[in-house]
Design a protein around this ligand. Structure first.
Ligand code: GCV
Length: 673
């Protein structure tokens, strides 16, 4: 009798435990951050909407009055933003009675740049082929609508559909008609359509002999082309242009300036209200420091660009590295409209394999003081528009995997309001993306899931900096920009890691001080002197600005060599910790989502070890120094890594073995004599 009572109590307790165990809600990551919360249509149906011309065009006001919830806005687009903002506020628990949220975007132009090619490949795309499906007879309407919703929900209002390394065929009749079809869909979500053009289009498409921007025939060609585009797309946004950069032709080939080229296109688009986004990612092989080249080219042109031309500048002076100082152009151009170019796709931060939340990186850039108009002139205030190189593709989840989506979201939120902080954005994204398991209290979800995931996101970019290129090292990449190649010194110097790290038996780092390339003087005071002096240069940019002896002592009292080794090791430890944390979160996440992220984190750890072994091992060969005592020994000897790279598939995605280790093979370069 007693035994049966005992068994009943035991069974009851087991049942209770099972019932109170959280049950993950099935989700596959394809809803992205619209997963939690009511559908847009429900939110819209639950509010009174008004267009109020007194409000800013894209602004909105959410408020309660007369027992009713209202969304008022300056336009249809503003209403859409308001409804999405209300949906977000509901998920964040900020939509209680008395709600009063009034917002308007900081920048008028908030674009995504798609580096999609007309053959459906995507340059630096890590989420499948082009989401526009250029080669298919039909446009993928359902996907484009989903994209439109996602963009609108964070306020993105423009899309450049094709790669800046443009194919002239984007301007033929067939492609203009196709772009028009896409534009018809995107318009419904408040998104304007733009395209990237190739400078030599008049030559390629119409057999003109020249691309000279001052040649009347060339000018007329572009005017006619603009007229043709606007007949098909009356609200077409304009052109994005990569000219005289990385082998692309441009006005300089005809002895003209960037301003001559941009203004010629500006004149063609002006009658229709179109704009030209002219990229400042230009560098000539003759200038001794690539980081100097954009200022050298563009500063003399300040004030010479037409009103509808905006210069689009990458966040850093080199190329989307895991850490760069802000581009000095932001502090130098005073009479030229400037636009930020961030890279959402993780070209240099582990593709869609590594967890690297970029909100922190962009916040660091946007809040950097340029001192252009005196103290308190952050980068965010020097620009009037913003673009992000998209990380989207045909993958059902658009971005490769769930954590890569956080960067699209963060980009959109910062484009709307560059004064938001990265942690707030990370927090919003987690709450909107991951569904709270059944049977879990809000409080438990908060402490057991949201906080640890936020912790991972916030530490993630610095972890990548640590295991890829700490203490200001940069561009140590090989091949597809996925793995390390510090040994690489063949070919054009400023495309090789050896040019950037300058390691020799005496020391390491690029001397950009007044006794070196004088890049520091492209910054305004007091930054110029701060960067110039070893004592005041921020240590996380030390080797960006200085060449230091291996035994140079940092603030910690350790030598540069020891600090480099410690950072590499710390990066691996950080990823190990992310893996451990994620392992503990398994009970709260839909199995497929959890598994995918767990696998990516394992890849990330193994890749990080490869980065550390390759870089530390290589530098050790140069300086002959031992590893500091508190750093773990390297796993793989440098002899098995040097001159090798990861095997990649047809689309450039790295291949890993069944244990999620990168397959490193085939010597790529002959060993220099
Ligand atoms: C679109 C880097 C990338 C290129 C890219 C270029 C650019 O060099 O590796 O893929 O080309 O930047 O931004 O134009």
């Amino acid at each position: 009798m007693q035994k049966s009572i005992f068994l009943t109590v035991l069974a009851g307790a087991a049942l209770l435990a099972a019932c109170s165990r959280p049950v993950p809600v099935a989700q596959d990551g394809t809803d992205l951050w619209l997963a939690a919360g009511r559908p847009y249509a429900d939110v819209l149906a639950s509010v009174e909407t008004t267009i109020d011309p007194a409000l800013p065009a894209e602004g909105y006001h959410i408020y309660d009055a007369d027992g009713q919830r209202h969304v008022a806005a300056g336009s249809e687009a503003g209403l859409r933003y308001g409804v999405y903002a209300l949906q977000r506020a509901e998920v964040l628990g900020a939509a209680g009675p008395g709600i009063d949220i009034q917002e308007q975007p900081y920048y008028d132009l908030r674009l995504l740049n798609h580096w999609d090619n007309l053959d459906d490949t995507v340059e630096r795309g890590y989420a499948g082929e082009s989401m526009w499906e250029w080669t298919s007879p039909t446009v993928p309407e359902a996907r484009i609508r989903h994209y439109g919703e996602l963009c609108a929900s964070v306020g993105i209002n423009g899309a450049v559909l094709n790669n800046v390394n443009s194919n002239p065929l984007i301007l033929d009749a067939e492609h203009i008609a196709r772009v028009a079809k896409i534009a018809d869909i995107l318009r419904e979500y408040g998104i304007k359509t733009y395209i990237s053009i190739k400078w030599t289009s008049p030559i390629a498409l119409s057999g003109l002999k020249s691309g000279d921007p001052l040649n009347p025939k060339v000018r007329q060609w572009w005017k006619d082309k603009a007229a043709e585009i606007y007949r098909a797309i009356p609200d077409f946004g304009g052109f994005l242009v990569k000219a005289n950069s990385e082998g692309q032709a441009g006005p300089q080939d005809y002895g003209r300036t960037h301003a001559d080229g941009a203004n010629m296109l500006g004149e063609a688009l002006a009658p229709y209200g179109g704009i030209v986004m002219w990229r400042a990612f230009v560098y000539s092989p003759t200038s001794p420091d690539r980081a100097n080249q954009a200022v050298e080219e563009f500063l003399p042109l300040d004030g010479k660009f037409a009103d509808n031309v905006i210069v689009q500048i990458k966040n850093g002076p080199v190329d989307f590295q895991p850490r760069e100082p802000f581009s000095p152009l932001f502090g130098k151009l005073k009479d030229t409209k400037m636009m930020m170019e961030f890279q959402v796709t993780q070209e240099y931060l582990g593709f869609s394999n590594h967890l690297a939340y970029l909100g922190t990186m962009w916040e660091e850039c946007l809040t950097s003081d340029t001192y252009r108009d005196g103290p308190g002139t952050p980068v965010s205030k020097t620009i009037s528009a913003i673009a992000g190189v998209a990380n989207t593709g045909q993958d059902p989840n658009f971005c490769g995997y769930v954590f890569a989506q956080a960067n699209w979201y963060a980009y959109g939120r910062l484009a709307w309001n560059p004064e938001l902080n990265a942690e707030t954005i990370a927090d919003e994204w987690i709450r909107q993306t991951f569904l709270k398991p059944a049977g879990m209290t809000d409080k438990a979800f908060e402490s057991k899931f949201i906080e640890p995931v936020r912790g991972i996101l916030m530490a993630s970019r610095e972890a990548v900096v640590n295991y890829e290129m700490p203490v200001g090292l940069h561009h140590l990449f090989g091949g597809t920009h996925y793995g390390p190649a510090p040994w690489d010194r063949l070919g054009r110097p400023d495309w090789t890691p050896a040019y950037y790290h300058q390691a020799d038996s005496a020391g390491i780092g690029f001397d950009r001080t007044r006794s070196g390339s004088d890049n520091v003087d492209q910054y305004n005071e007091p930054l110029a002197s701060e960067y110039n002096e070893l004592a005041t240069c921020p240590e996380n940019l030390l080797l960006w600005f200085h060449h230091v002896p291996w035994d140079y002592k940092l603030a910690s009292g350790r030598t540069a060599w020891d600090e480099i080794c410690l950072h590499y090791d710390a990066g691996i430890k950080q990823v190990e910790a992310f893996r451990q944390t994620w392992a503990g979160l398994k009970p709260y996440v839909a199995p497929a989502l959890w598994e995918e992220a767990a696998k990516k984190l394992e890849i990330q750890q193994h890749d990080g070890e490869w980065w550390r072994d390759a870089n530390v091992g290589y530098f050790q060969r140069i300086n002959g120094l031992p590893l500091p005592a508190d750093v773990r020994p390297l796993d793989t000897p440098i002899d098995s890594l040097i001159y090798r790279q990861v095997r990649s598939d047809r689309l450039g995605m790295p291949i890993h073995d069944e244990n999620n280790r990168p397959i490193i093979d085939r010597p790529r370069f002959r060993r220099p004599q």
